[in-house]
Design a protein around this ligand. Sequence first.
Ligand code: G6P
Length: 489
Amino acid sequence: SSECDNRPFKQRLLVVANRLPVSAVRKGEACWQLDVSAGGLVSALLGVTEFETRWIGWAGVNVPDEIGQKSLTESLAEKRCVPVFLDEDLVNLYYNGYCNNILWPLFHYLGLPQEDWLATICSFESQFEAYKKANQMFADVVNEHYQEGDIVWCHDYHLMFLPKCLKEANLNMKVGWFLHTPFPSSEIHRTMPSRSELLTAVLAADLVGFHTYDYARHFMSACTRILGLEGTPAGVEDQGRLTRVAAFPIGIDSDRFTRAIQLPQVKNHIKEFQERFAGRKVMLGVDRLDMIKGIPQKLLAFEKFLEDNPNWRDKVVLLQIAVPTRTDVPEYQKLTCQVHEIVGRINGKFGTLTTVPIHHLDRSLDFHALCALYAITDVALVTSLRDGMNLVSYEFVACQASKKGVLILSEFAGAAQSLGAGALLVNPWNVTEVASSISYALNMPSDEREKRHNHNYMHVTTHTSQEWAETFVSELNDTVVEAELRTTQ
Ligand code: G6P
């Protein structure tokens, strides 16, 4: 049909991720409100116009009834999204349990949750079964919608079994898998009871991608040590079949931010914030309220800075935007209490009748207010204990063309490998080091600030999310072509 109506043929790209780019809120029996989320992956793929993109994933809502499922499927179809329906028990075991209580902390080197680790070990089997079952359900929906020639791109730690499920049904399907978190050292991966099954399932893909070369290397050595497979510069080989493994560092849609800064409503916010914080330097943290983000460590470092530098006490403010996340998982609930306690203590200690040193918000900001905050910030603080990439650091840089503020960045974020030369790199566990970096950043001469900023700005505006997605998909296309060539030779 594409030839008949003279439109150029576009290859279809099926993007499969645990979460759809829209989340659904039920407003009536067959009535849905769809909120578009502008996460990194969504904006990355918005810019990719050479493919016809469809999304397959969970809508983040429990829909037990048929009327609901049918009407939600119809509403989502308008957004080119296809839902996978997971019931409450499955969400609990697969998403809260295996994904967020086991894989997430292990992949970020945090170990199993301390307090309930016995319970975690006891429920490991049932959670792993639920994980495989959920992955198979995603595969079933992909198979229903798959047309010959489509490319299937699976995302993240939720769907490590998906490549295997898909290839079992159709060996010719072009399947890629990308991990948005770190892949840990093989010594950590080795501790997982399901270590071999997870690796084998991922290796069923044609192309496996990571944010950094280190994560790719960790994955390959896990395959060598745990599965006894040979790693080559191109990937991992198993009985003559090659799974390509490579690094594809993600970026942001930087134009979206540089354009936003020029909008009148953002300029109004900028003016408002500048007046609100006049006479004080602004430090900013923007994180999901997750233990990997090192928020308590950041607060302790700020406290140490205030202790060591009494002259700065009423001249600096830390704005911490802490977006609630995975609130059904007990570890996240505990973290929230801990953070609130530390903020309260520091504000009690260093606050005055008219000011407090920390403004802490348990919520997200709308895009325009966020851009304005980035723009007026003097020092951004990203102190992740581990982070796949960390795009907040990119967003901050993109909004700083006129201010040229300082980025303090954890060496354990993937972004340290791309923004390391412009940022002040820190070990977030070393509170004294972070405190003195804060002092260094606040006192940095403008020519040094400018030099560092320009370096990062150049990187952020040239290594965009669109480029990332296009590179991965075209490599996936080529990879399969190569495999086909080999088998026909
Ligand atoms: C990380 C993960 C994503 C996930 C996001 C939000 O960035 O890599 O896959 O979607 O966190 O977490 P949530 O559990 O709310 O989807």
